[in-house]
Design a protein around this ligand. Structure first.
Ligand SMILES: [Zn+2]
Ligand SMILES: [Zn+2]
Length: 167
């Protein structure tokens, strides 16, 4: 999502503009629709972007391995620094901080990269398709969310299983 902020860069410090976000971004190997609202705030050196966004990302359940759409909600807060002075057109010194976001020489603030980073960070390390997902039977691989499979309950220890035979 690209926003031309040349007018806002000329506006007084503290001025605020609101933008609706509705954008498909590529995260975790799939396309994900991100929606919400962001506020752009002019500061003395930058434009601060703040907002809350909702997305749905397709992930694999860490227990039963089914694909499901995981709803995520992220709070964005990022500062964007202008590369060029909007009035004089001269280059501006950029902050030393690595990975900071730049408003390019055409005064375009590009939100997509930040959105992708925030959504990626919000994906759980071990996603579960539902609370208390029953997972797969360790013997036959049956999805226990769809009911029992008829295998006898087993204690500790490692007998041969059908999964071993398949390998
Ligand atoms: Zn699951
Ligand atoms: Zn089983």
């Amino acid at each position: 999502m690209r926003i031309n902020v040349s007018q806002q860069l000329k506006a007084p410090i503290g001025s605020v503009r609101n933008y609706e976000v509705s954008e498909a971004v590529d995260v975790a190997g799939g396309s994900s629709l991100v929606q919400g609202e962001v506020k752009l705030i002019r500061t003395n050196r930058s434009i601060l972007v703040k907002g809350r966004l909702n997305a749905e990302v397709e992930v694999t359940c860490s227990r039963c391995l089914s694909l499901f759409r995981c709803p995520l909600s992220v709070n964005i807060e990022e500062e964007y620094f202008p590369a060029t002075d909007v009035v004089s057109g001269t280059s501006l010194p950029l902050p030393e901080e690595p990975g900071c976001f730049i408003i390019d020489e055409h005064h375009i603030l590009d939100l997509t990269e930040a959105i992708c980073q925030y959504v990626l960070l919000a994906i759980p390390m071990k996603p579960l398709c539902r609370e208390g997902c029953a997972g797969l039977c360790p013997v036959c691989g049956h999805d226990l969310n769809q009911g029992p499979c008829g295998c006898l309950p087993r204690g500790q220890g490692s007998g041969r299983s059908k999964l071993d035979n398949l390998a």
